[in-house]
Design a protein around this ligand. Sequence first.
Ligand code: G1P
Length: 318
Amino acid sequence: MSVHSANSSATAAATGRSRAVKAVIPAAGLATRFLPATKAVPKELLPVVDRPVLQYIVEEATQAGINDVLLITGRGKTSMVDHFDRRPDLEARLENKPEILAAVQRPSELADIYTVRQPEQLGLGHAVGYAESHVGDQPFAVLLGDEFVKLDQPLLPAMLELQARTGGVVLAFFEVDPADTKRYGIASVEPAEAELTDIGEVVKVTGMVEKPKPEEAPSNLAVLGRYVLPATIFDAIRRTKPGSGGEIQLTDAMELLRNEGTPVHAIVYRGTRYDTGMPLGYLQTVVQIAAEREDFGAEFRKWLADFVNSDASGGPNT
Ligand code: G1P
């Protein structure tokens, strides 16, 4: 696996805007919110039932028709790339177990995976900047490596369609408790006329700020970890000074573009978002996905109900 640049496409110029065809997954972070579990294991490889978080994210990109995925990695995180490689030695031992064999092969069949390393973790914007030579001059999607949405409530296809219509930046928002604004990028918005999607209202963004205190937040609409960005973001990132947490923030680079006239639209997503970046959200994700499993979901739900209803000091299985 390597990084190439693949600037496309003559037809896009002839027919107007085309849908983004590449995805970038920033996954170089140190995952300090999940230590010590993430000291030697990338948080993107923590399992949600029997698949690592990162596989759900790559599947989300694939489901949206994107099969070119650039992983932005860092030191100690090479095992993420191994997950999407073939394992002929393991596969040879699974010839009599077709279901497990298919599950082992699936990650390597999902997408073309490319990698680039971010040598120092200086912020999300800084990380996305490393995608420039791979992405070229076309719009592209960014999927953050620790959150994903429910597979049957897809968000990315609608964002890609919207970006092909409006150009500029397309974001997705979800509503947060006003006390939690300091954990997210927060936006002010106005209605967007004549823009519709079947998964949520479309709004026009009139301002964005990274991790504001509740009293300074312009709303409770938080930036969800899915973006469709124009290639002009790379120049904006270069011009962005360190912001919240002393890091080069993607939110600040997008706000710079917006101030210079780039349209920024967003879909207010009403579906289910799973946030695996912190222990509580991770546990909630595992429980929800386990409860929906066809094979043991019913049994797990029954156990969970019994557990919740049991004496807190013990449990049905103690
Ligand atoms: C990042 C972004 C933030 C966004 C959030 C979504 O923050 O900087 O704007 O709202 O992801 O999860 P991080 O979680 O990396 O602190």
